[in-house]
Design a protein around this ligand. Structure first.
Ligand SMILES: *Cc1c(COP(=O)(O)O)cnc(C)c1O
Length: 496
């Protein structure tokens, strides 16, 4: 039997894994979720013998079960290769009494590489399987890291093109530079005057616009998504949670069966949702600690049961988490409601019309898998400085948020369960924040800041940063958030 995926907003809208990957988003506005959680035998002592790639095959095949083993093996081996600067792919580092799961060893030095290295292979394989010969147009909103990682994956992949929208004043200099220097004839980058939420909302609108969809089909094109709304991005993220646990067993830090916590710096709720699915698969997780920055709509949600996006938006030092509408929360809402598509539709409708929704008491009672807190920018910088001072280990601002929130959680609960801090970006992506946190105000520019960071840390300069400041800027388009569809039609030559 093939695993079915259904829309969170319509249980009759059902597709296979490869069809869900191709579509990205359900046309009814919902997100695809598996109709049941596959049963996988998690014998951690056996899993400890597997490489990252072998573990990925074991865990992903049940989720992508209309792919053949050979197809999936090809996708996995093409994704997790020497693009990563370590054979371990996702090393687990012990620092003091804490564990950091380093997810930034891929080509764009952010955790988005973990899933976006494989998504293009899953997508082109899905197109072949489903005999789709339209050009797949990847339409993506980015809070800074998805854009580059997705383009790195899709650049010059035959049969695809990619358009990325990022908030013009809402990403770090390095993040922007990484995107605007992207090569590949099929890559397009557009800065928008607006924040990530408007970019994401307008991208979703284009997906749900049936007229636009028709127009694209007339030109032998169709949209798909590289955001974590796509199951092809979400489920590959389950692998590293189980991998982390297995590493802890292997390094004799825990015994097989012990529970652990994960502290996850959260924005669009994709990463932590993957951990939630890992728990559903049987990974012994005590708490999933949802860490936010000053845009702490999720902290308030977990602590009150009310989601309220009507609040000021802050541009912070952890820009990839500057989000007020966390898309993937819809999937959790769906599961909290007992997989009730009508209830989910109603709550998402409240969010769209009023900007706020409230969980029922039963749904609220199902939140106990999670704990939530936030860190201010001052606390984030102080955390970077403290971790460096105590351990000579440099964390990026997103990871610092997760570390700081973990400390708060531990003070509040005295929970001594071993905790893995999910480390989502290399410090080299945010050299100003990191260097200034450690050394105080710096009157120098990014290229010099990178050198200072290099001297401070023992971390070799990643390829992603070398040559970045001398590379040609190829993408310069800036539009207002209301002009996103217009620019898409121009880029794709849909007027003719
Ligand atoms: C995207 C991102 C996050 C947030 O992850 P979500 O899956 O959107 O919750 C955190 N840190 C970094 C560095 C990111 O790029």
């Amino acid at each position: 039997m093939t695993l079915q995926y259904q829309s969170t907003r319509n249980q009759n809208n059902r597709v296979t894994a490869s069809q869900a990957v191709l579509q990205g988003l359900a046309v009814d506005g919902g997100l695809y979720v598996p109709t049941q959680i596959p049963k996988i035998d998690l014998d951690f002592d056996l899993l400890a013998k597997l490489s990252y790639q072998e573990l990925a095959l074991k865990l992903l095949h049940p989720f992508f079960d209309d792919y053949t083993k050979e197809e999936l093996t090809h996708c996995i081996n093409s994704a997790y290769d020497t693009k990563f600067d370590t054979e371990e792919i996702a090393p687990l580092k012990k620092v003091g009494n804490e564990y950091f799961l380093e997810l930034f060893h891929g080509s764009t030095i952010a955790f988005k590489d973990m899933a976006l290295s494989i998504l293009p292979y899953l997508m082109t394989t899905a197109a072949k399987k489903n005999k789709v010969d339209n050009e797949i147009v990847i339409l993506t909103a980015t809070s800074g890291d998805t854009g580059k990682a997705a383009m790195a994956g899709f650049a010059d992949v035959p049969g695809t093109s990619i358009i990325v929208f990022y908030p013009k004043d809402g990403v770090s200099k390095i993040q922007e530079r990484q995107m605007t220097t992207q090569e590949g004839a099929n890559t397009h980058v557009v800065a928008i005057e607006g924040n990530f939420d408007s970019a994401q909302t307008n991208v979703k609108k284009m997906f749900n616009n049936s007229k636009l969809r028709e127009k694209l089909l007339g030109h032998h094109k169709q949209f798909s998504s590289a955001n974590s709304m796509n199951i092809g991005r979400l489920f590959p993220q389950v692998v590293y949670y189980i991998y982390a646990y297995v590493q802890l067993v292997k390094q004799a830090e825990i015994k097989s069966g012990d529970t652990i916590n994960f502290s996850v710096p959260t924005g669009n709720f994709g990463n932590i949702l993957a951990a939630y699915y890992a728990k559903q698969l049987g990974l012994p997780i005590n708490k999933l600690i949802c860490a936010s920055n000053e845009n702490h709509v999720l902290t308030d949600f977990f602590n009150s049961g009310t989601y309220d996006k009507n609040r000021d938006f802050f541009v912070t030092s952890s820009p990839s988490m500057d989000i007020l509408i966390s898309s993937n929360l819809e999937r959790l809402i769906f599961h909290l409601s007992g997989d009730d598509d009508q209830k989910t539709t109603d709550l998402m409708h409240d969010l769209e019309t009023k900007g706020v929704y409230q969980l029922t008491d039963t749904m609220k009672a199902n939140l106990q898998d999670f704990a939530a807190e936030f860190a201010t920018q001052v606390e984030t910088s102080a955390q970077i400085a403290e971790t460096f001072k105590n351990h000579h280990y440099i964390v990026d601002p997103h990871t610092a948020v997760a570390e700081n929130v973990y400390h708060k959680y531990q003070q509040q609960t005295a929970d001594n369960t071993p905790t893995v801090i999910v480390s989502t970006a290399s410090a080299y992506k945010f050299p100003r924040i990191v260097v200034e946190a450690i050394n105080g105000k710096a009157q120098i520019d990014d290229p010099e800041l990178v050198d200072v960071l290099h001297q401070l840390s023992d971390i070799p300069l990643p390829n992603a940063v070398q040559g970045l400041f001398t590379a040609e800027v190829r993408h310069k388009t800036v539009v207002h958030e209301n002009q996103m569809q217009e620019i898409v039609e121009t880029i794709l030559n849909l007027e003719s």
